[in-house]
Design a protein around this ligand. Structure first.
Ligand SMILES: Cc1cc2nc3c(=O)[nH]c(=O)nc-3n(C[C@H](O)[C@H](O)[C@H](O)COP(=O)(O)OP(=O)(O)OC[C@H]3O[C@@H](n4cnc5c(N)ncnc54)[C@H](O)[C@@H]3O)c2cc1C
Length: 403
């Protein structure tokens, strides 16, 4: 078995292969020099200095040799040949496979506005990115310009502010996060950020990043505002790493297209994690998830499929975020929320509520903010496809289990 990509999906697949009793060879090819780690703390506790490197590890370093995994860090898979069943590596060697997994993840989308190459301009994906930013932001007093009003941009803005820096945030939406959760709920997060001192300039982007002596000094926005900047962070989404799969002739469609069993257009090659666009049995549509829980669930299912088991990825998608004192969990199908009715149980003003998206009488997604232990009930409501009474849904006195 060859696993390409040493992120959470790849590591989970390796772990699952062993847990399921597979005793043959496993080669895990990992481009980064780090052993597999998970990314959520990078923009939160790890960046804030509240969590150390151990919090990043899904499996301890000793797990790989103990389980006879050939972990090749600092090594890139440069070609995959489905006919020959081989993977070529950057160290010049070739590894043969019976089944291969593509778990190459995603990388930050790059925008080429003038000045983007100046020192002090950062993208954010890796542990190295987080460490570099931590060095700059710890101690506070910096002017930070964040380009991007999505989850990662908002999380880093919160952490940078908590570290004592001033953050000005640019984004193409009128309200941050509105693409994902709409204006009303995005405003809850925006208000909390503003209270803490984050300055929003929306909608606007960077027209030019300006510098002196090769280092960023200010950002000119598309609305003509000049913002002082010691640090600029560009967090405008990610693109899946599909080059290897594409060169191998596999079907590419917003990532590597896979079945519900996570099989690609080649029967011996599978894909999992951020790079995989999988058919979801619940919606009958393909969707690519860029979230932590999906990396774990899909890594597991891909490994089971590689072993010939009858596995499908049918989990209801889930993710979470932490920003200041707002803790949020979301589960459901974002693509179905666009025309859905928003039903709120609890108080947006008090920032303690559950929001449901109801489409044609059925809950298709739910998000709890500073309300806990309700995810199982939300997922059960979604999975049931029951036509529900929205008044009961909005009523905190009615247990979710009774709806
Ligand atoms: C800062 C940050 C915060 C996040 N916070 C949250 C959160 O709060 N909640 C949430 O649900 N999700 C969060 N996510 C998303 C979550 O981390 C991702 O969904 C998850 O990392 C995906 O795992 P993956 O294994 O598919 O991909 P990745 O983690 O991207 O790992 C893929 C690995 O493959 C390597 N690779 C690529 N090409 C090759 C090649 N040819 N050969 C060898 N190796 C290769 C890459 O270098 C990389 O190390 C966050 C992401 C980031 C960046």
């Amino acid at each position: 078995m060859v696993i390409i990509g040493g992120g959470l999906a790849g590591a989970t697949a390796a772990e699952t292969l062993r847990k399921e009793g597979y005793a043959g060879t496993i080669t895990l090819v990992a481009q980064e020099t780090e052993i597999p780690y998970q990314r959520p703390p990078l923009s939160k506790g790890f960046l804030a200095g509240k969590e150390g490197g151990d919090a990043l590890l899904p499996l301890p370093a000793s797990w790989y040799p103990d389980h006879n995994i050939t972990l090749l860090t600092g090594t890139t898979a440069t070609a995959l040949d489905p006919q020959a069943h081989t993977v070529t590596l950057s160290n010049g060697t070739t590894v043969a496979y019976a089944k291969a997994l593509i778990a190459t993840g995603a990388e930050p989308r790059h925008i080429s506005f003038p000045g983007v190459d100046l020192k002090g301009v950062h993208t954010f994906r890796t542990k190295a990115d987080s460490l570099a930013l931590k060095d700059l932001l710890t101690g506070g007093g910096k002017n930070v310009v964040m380009v991007g009003s999505g989850w990662i941009g908002m999380e880093i803005a919160a952490t940078a502010t908590e570290l004592g820096n001033h953050v000005a945030l640019l984004g193409l939406e009128d309200v941050p996060l509105s693409v994902a959760i709409g204006n009303e709920l995005g405003t809850v997060f925006a208000d909390r950020h503003q209270e803490a001192g984050v300055q929003f300039l929306l909608p606007a982007s960077a027209a030019e990043i300006q510098g002196t002596h090769g280092h960023v000094s200010s950002v000119l926005t598309t609305t003509g505002v000049t913002l002082p900047a010691d640090v600029v962070i560009v967090a405008v989404g990610v693109v899946p790493n599909t080059e290897l799969a594409q060169a191998a002739g596999l079907t590419i469609n917003n990532g590597v297209e896979v079945s519900a069993a996570l099989q690609t257009s080649d029967p011996d090659v599978f894909a999992a994690g951020d790079v995989a666009n999988s058919l979801h049995p619940f919606t009958g549509a393909h969707a690519r998830s860029e979230h932590w829980a999906n990396a774990i669930a899909s890594g597991k299912v891909a490994a089971q499929s590689m072993l010939g088991q009858d596995a499908v990825l049918d989990d209801i998608p889930y993710f979470y975020t932490d920003q200041f004192d707002l803790g949020m969990e979301y589960s459901g199908f974002g693509a179905l929320t666009k025309d859905a009715e928003l039903v709120v149980r609890g108080s947006l003003e008090k920032r303690a509520f559950i929001a449901f998206w109801v489409l044609e009488g059925r809950v298709v997604a739910g998000m709890n903010v500073n309300v806990w232990d309700v995810q199982d009930a939300i997922k059960a409501l979604i999975a049931s496809r029951r036509i529900i009474d929205t008044r009961a849904l909005a009523d905190p006195q009615t247990p979710l289990e009774d709806i």
